[in-house]
Design a protein around this ligand. Structure first.
Ligand SMILES: C=C(O[C@@H]1C=C(C(=O)O)C=C[C@H]1O)C(=O)O
Length: 411
């Protein structure tokens, strides 16, 4: 189908999440800016090892044949698709979806994009949200694939293999199940995540939602940025003590080593596509309400000749050592062998791409999958030679907090 898209500047529409008409919607937001969308003008479902490249080819073809009128010409205006990609190559369930309506805000400017079949006139949507239903008054949590104790023994197994020299680092995750009596309206947890974690990217694509602090790749007019996180410490709630902990984190050789693997994997993957790469010598400490991370922002400029779009860059970067391990292939194999669950789209790229190839793909962390009245939450930790299984379990528990709190019955 040939698509037609029209983008016009609009007066400030207020909080973008309030515009969503129902739970079957798309969101990508940080500090009130970003994109929300609804309806489906076009969709590609894909899977397998070449899921990113298939999605990129589909997107390039769709853009080439579309009629686009874009009065705004900002990253995220004009034709846009939201995407969510499976972590593992198999099954690798992934999708790229072009909504019928997208509302965006960037640097105080707002726009509306409407997309439809080129053969028909475009509708004029009304930007009025609808009330969301309450999350029922009981949310019951249960272990997912493994209990805490079983997961600790999986971590201990990984530590033994690392000490034996099989690999340097592996990121292991676990899942939790949350059940409510009535189906959950995803707009509730999204609003809470956006409010509680303004420094993160709050997202929703196809039932996968969360607030991630980690940017796999942002491409904006050829400038590429990746925010790499690895090395974590839990917050205590006492700000003065947390500052001391932050200083300890910034000097911890275990965490610095783990961080270094992750930064190196991103810089190596971007190398073939970019020039003028800047990799800061030392990480900074990113403070989130539940945890603190060592963080490095890598920047670079896409080669004119490679012209890699945001999806192709995400394909090159995924899975980074922050969510897979080092060496990547050995780590990913070990994950599928011992983790005991299918990650689905957890820790896979999630975000959006526009017709110029600009876009943002975060890593779907601090995230969950919603299906009716069941939510599956995921959290993981980087395991290295001197990791302690009990401490890793506590770290994973801290990383469940954002989605757990977002599912609470009341504010
Ligand atoms: C795997 C997760 O987080 C990743 C692992 C980290 C670590 O081990 O220190 C830190 C940030 C993320 O890169 C998660 O949140 O589930």
């Amino acid at each position: 189908m040939r698509l037609r898209a029209r983008t016009v500047e609009i007066a400030d529409p207020g909080a973008l999440l309030e515009l969503l008409p129902d739970s079957h919607t798309f969101a990508w937001l940080r500090r009130g800016e970003g994109l929300v969308g609804w309806g489906e003008a076009a969709r590609l479902d894909t899977s397998g090892a070449d899921r990113f490249l298939r999605a990129s080819d589909w997107w390039r073809d769709l853009v080439e044949h579309a009629d686009v009128e874009d009065d705004v010409a900002a990253p995220g205006s004009g034709l846009v698709a939201f995407g969510g990609f499976g972590f593992a190559d198999e099954p690798g369930d992934s999708a790229l979806v072009v909504p019928q309506v997208v509302v965006g805000r960037r640097r105080g400017m707002a726009w509306l994009t409407v997309v439809g079949d080129a053969a028909e006139p475009l509708p004029t949507p009304h930007l009025v949200g609808s009330p969301t239903s309450e999350i029922g008054d009981t949310v019951r949590f249960a272990d997912g694939a493994l209990s805490g104790a079983q997961w600790e023994s999986v971590v201990a197994d990984a530590v033994r293999r690392i000490q034996a020299g099989d690999l340097e680092k592996v990121v292991l995750a676990r899942d939790l199940l949350a059940e409510t009596r009535a189906p959950i309206d995803v707009r509730r947890p999204l609003r809470r995540l956006a409010r509680g974690y303004p420094m993160c990217w709050t997202f929703h694509v196809d039932g996968w939602f969360g607030a991630t602090p980690e940017m796999l790749v942002r491409r904006e007019r050829g400038l590429v940025t990746s925010r790499v996180l690895a090395g974590t410490i839990r917050r205590t709630g006492d700000d003065a003590h947390d500052l001391t902990l932050a200083a300890t984190l910034a000097r911890s050789s275990k965490d610095l080593e783990e961080h270094e693997y992750a930064v190196r994997s991103v810089a190596d993957a971007l190398g073939p596509y970019c020039d003028s790469m800047n990799v800061p010598d030392a990480p900074f400490v990113l403070h989130l309400p539940n945890v603190m991370h060592l963080a490095t922002d890598v920047t670079a400029v896409v080669h004119d000749s490679s012209g890699a779009n945001a999806l192709e860059l995400a394909a090159a970067l995924h899975p980074s050592a922050a969510v897979g391990g080092t060496p990547t292939k050995t780590a990913v194999r070990l994950i599928s062998e011992i983790e005991g669950m299918d990650r689905g789209r957890y820790a896979g790229p999630v975000g959006w791409i526009d017709a110029t190839g600009d876009g943002e793909f975060g890593i779907a962390l601090r995230s969950a999958h919603l299906e009716g009245s069941t939510v599956r939450l995921f959290a993981g930790c980087g395991i290295v030679a001197d990791s302690d299984p009990a401490a890793e379990l506590a770290e994973a528990t801290a990383k469940f907090v954002p989605v757990r709190d977002a599912l609470a019955a009341r504010d």
